[in-house]
Design a protein around this ligand. Structure first.
Ligand code: NAD
Length: 400
């Protein structure tokens, strides 16, 4: 993932003629905090926070709890955050954090101790004007609420603007849970409208029907009832029905910790079969590198939406775009989450709580504007979609 991100960055830097110094600078983080957390039980974990770029505002980005977390991955994700916040026009920078841990192997007490010790290790480097972390894979509002509490005890800051993704009673924003999926629908809707196809029916499949994928589907049902969800999957496999599934029913099933392997409706399919379906749109909401050199030739969808970070590799991008596919790039398509995180931070600083309608309207404005910028750039310059997204971000970081 790091190499692919750097290859796209090289293309964008060259297109803008930014020179070797900036090419080097954009690949380097401003700060890397790496430390070890030891629990009272003696268990030890590696912890990270990478602060990539704060030229536009405080660092912003999630904290991931996953046994595969490594410094290189955190660095790549922090770089993507700087590009994302710039591409959609937020006054924020980019950062990312993580702990190399499988949270399912910890008791609830150990998870809280780990979380509080993470904040103790970092509190001097973060804060409402400095670096504002959020949840990511395997972290949620309960974990963020512990972080806010620990940060408040250590620093006396009571604004609750030190983290986003909090529970609603603790200063979270309405609409945050659905924001990334919703943003993806808004991006695709706007793109299709710009192509003059706003009212068309279409079929789509979701690879990775978790938080992002399921809210993509429920929002699509709300905003575009003519779109038909014909397939969905989790890490173990998926289901297909050409007559379509009800998004809310599938979401309820997954929320109850169901696995599609046990779902009784539709036909069972593998993840590879899902990627090869003859659908109009493939929504990639699982993990990075899902569409790669090995399976890119089987993809039939005209549109791919990068809802996960980097789910289409560099090689697959090249191949698919040469073959007329349109890939909505992650730094715009999945920016809905960080946009509503920003809105949460704004609400906390002003001691306000906005309605879900107000939050969704603001989210729509950002997504529409970023998608229009992308469309204009791609049509004027005949450049690849991901490269264009990176160009738009770098222009805001280095030229504005
Ligand atoms: P999640 O854990 O809720 O859901 C992920 C889903 O993908 C799960 O259903 C899982 O079973 C499935 N999955 C995992 N590996 C898979 C595979 N190989 N094939 C098919 N399915 C697979 O996570 P999420 O919050 O929905 O995030 C999904 C992706 O989107 C992650 O890459 C995350 O970094 C990215 N993302 C999330 C947000 C957010 O706001 N949550 C914002 C931006 C980007």
């Amino acid at each position: 993932m790091l190499d692919d991100t750097h290859r796209f960055l090289d293309l964008a830097v060259a297109r803008l003629g930014l020179g070797a110094d900036i090419q080097k600078q954009v690949k380097k983080a401003n700060a890397e905090h790496v430390f070890r957390i030891e629990l009272d039980s003696g268990k030890k974990f590696d912890a990270y926070r990478v602060q990539h770029n704060n030229a536009r505002g405080p660092y912003k980005g999630g904290i991931r709890y996953h046994h595969n977390v490594k410094l290189d991955e955190v660095k790549t994700l922090a770089t993507l955050m700087s590009l994302k916040t710039a591409a959609v026009g937020l006054p924020l920078g980019g950062g990312k954090g993580g702990i190399a841990v499988n949270p399912r192997e910890l008791s609830p007490e150990e998870l809280e101790e780990l979380t509080r010790k993470y904040v103790r290790g970092l509190h001097q480097h973060i804060g409402p004007d400095q670096d504002v972390p959020a949840p990511d894979v395997n972290t949620n509002s309960t974990i963020i609420d512990w972080m806010v509490d620990e940060y408040e005890q250590l620093t006396g800051d009571k604004s609750r603007a030190s983290f986003t993704g909090k529970s609603i009673p603790n200063g979270g924003s309405l609409g945050r849970d659905a924001a990334t999926g919703r943003g993806g629908v808004l991006c695709l809707t706007e793109w299709l409208a710009l192509e003059g196809q706003a009212e068309e029916s279409l079929t789509y499949a979701v690879q990775g029907f978790g938080n992002v994928g399921s809210f993509f589907a429920t929002t699509a049902k709300e905003l575009n009832p003519k779109w038909k969800l014909v397939a969905a999957s989790d890490s173990a496999g998926g289901v297909f029905d050409s007559n379509g599934f009800d998004a809310e029913e599938l979401q309820k099933f997954k929320d109850g910790r169901g696995r599609f392997a046990d779902y009784e409706k539709g036909k069972q399919i593998t993840n590879e079969e899902l990627l090869a379906l003859d659908v109009d749109v493939l929504v990639l909401a699982g993990l990075e590198d899902a569409v790669n050199r090995d399976n890119m030739k089987s993809v039939k969808a005209k549109y791919l939406v990068e809802m996960a970070n980097s789910p289409v590799t560099y090689d697959a991008h090249e191949y698919l775009e040469k073959n007329g596919r349109i890939i909505l790039p992650d730094i715009i398509a999945n920016a809905g989450g960080v946009i509503v995180s920003y809105l949460e931070w704004v609400q906390n600083r002003a001691s306000e709580s906005w309605s879900k309608t107000k939050v969704n309207q603001r989210l729509a404005k950002y997504m529409k504007s970023a998608t229009n910028d992308l469309y204009d750039y791609v049509t004027e310059n005949h450049t690849g979609m991901k490269e264009s997204g990176f160009v738009l971000a770098l222009k805001k970081l280095y030229e504005d």
